[in-house]
Design a protein around this ligand. Structure first.
Ligand code: ATP
Ligand code: MG
Length: 296
């Protein structure tokens, strides 16, 4: 069974979409079949992966409304092992259209169920609201990854989200866990960042991800080229930090993460030479990761 991770924080602009795109891409780059589902009517994940707007395209809206199957809505991406279920701006209407629907909180969970053994990881990008769309994502998920910025009152800012997670656990999805809290647009040189990190670390313990994501212009530029950072500029600190986060997340869920050794013979060498630029670079830098599933 694949693991479903919702990227959620009701606060806007904290790096949910950037994290969803780049985490999912980094996991896919580790040669793990990965699905990214855009659950936000803003559709930033879809355009950030280069999908042009197309009103005819099957989207998360159709999934939630029961008008299409998850299988029908899959889109390929530039990365061989990354698939996308795109969003559409009419998804905003689903909040209202689903109010009286049967199993309205379980729509996404039910729709994704047939895909769960085809993908090792399913990443859900949520909108900046605790609305029915985010609720559907949290009910469909095994775990929530919370991106946040290191600010004063950081904990107050996410208390509503933590309360919501508690309530969902008590009723709709008892097995929902917190995957982690990841600090985004992070600048560890400031005192503020260090104080906030210490506070969050006391509160969340090892749920606070060791990897932090620095503020990096390449991460902001990549979506306008329709590419994840590791294709746009694999050498950037931004791309590198999300590769690191992927290693940490894969490691957290009972998977052993191994570095792939450099090519040993001519055949492997050739494979490396023919591989796309980002893959070659990861190889050279010994960054390409593979996983072995180990017993928990
Ligand atoms: P929304 O709540 O609107 O969905 P979001 O939480 O998904 O927003 P993003 O869209 O990922 O946030 O990021 C907000 C803005 O900050 C975007 O312009 C993005 O390119 C930029 N950004 C995100 N992370 C970084 C980073 N680490 N370094 C530089 N810019 C970043
Ligand atoms: Mg977003």
């Amino acid at each position: 069974m694949g693991r479903v991770i919702a990227i959620a924080n009701q606060k806007g602009g904290v790096g949910k979409t950037t994290t969803a795109i780049n985490l999912a891409s980094s996991i896919a780059a580790a040669e793990v079949n990965t699905l990214l589902v855009d659950c936000d009517p803003q559709s930033n994940t879809s355009s950030g992966l280069g999908l042009a707007k197309d009103p005819e395209r099957i989207s998360t809206y159709h999934l939630l409304m029961g008008a299409a199957s998850a299988e029908e809505s899959l889109q390929k991406t530039e990365l061989e092992q990354l698939w996308l279920i795109p969003s559409h701006k009419n998804l905003i209407g689903a909040n209202i259209e689903l109010v009286d629907a049967e199993r309205r909180e379980f729509r996404l969970r039910d729709a994704l169920a047939p895909l769960r053994d085809r993908f090792h990881y399913i990443v859900l990008d949520c909108p900046p609201a605790l609305d029915l769309l985010t609720l559907n994502a949290l009910v469909a998920a095994d775990a929530v990854l919370i991106p946040m910025q290191a600010e004063y009152f950081a904990l107050e800012g996410i208390s509503e989200l933590l309360d919501t997670i508690e309530r969902i656990r008590a009723s709709l999805n008892p097995s929902l866990t917190i995957e982690g809290v990841v600090l985004t647009m992070f600048d560890d040189r400031t005192n503020l960042a260090q104080q906030v990190t210490a506070e969050l670390s006391r509160y969340f313990g090892d749920k606070l991800c060791k990897t932090t994501i620095p503020r990096n212009i390449r991460l902001a530029e990549a979506p306008s080229h329709g590419q994840p950072a590791l294709i746009y500029d694999v050498r950037s600190r931004g791309a590198e930090s999300y590769i690191q986060l992927a290693k940490e997340i894969l490691g957290r869920s009972g998977l052993t993460v191994q570095e792939l050794p450099p090519p040993v013979d001519e055949a492997q060498e050739k494979q490396v030479v023919n591989a796309p630029k980002w893959k070659r670079w990861m190889r050279e830098r010994n960054k390409l990761i593979t996983i072995n599933i180990v017993d928990r």
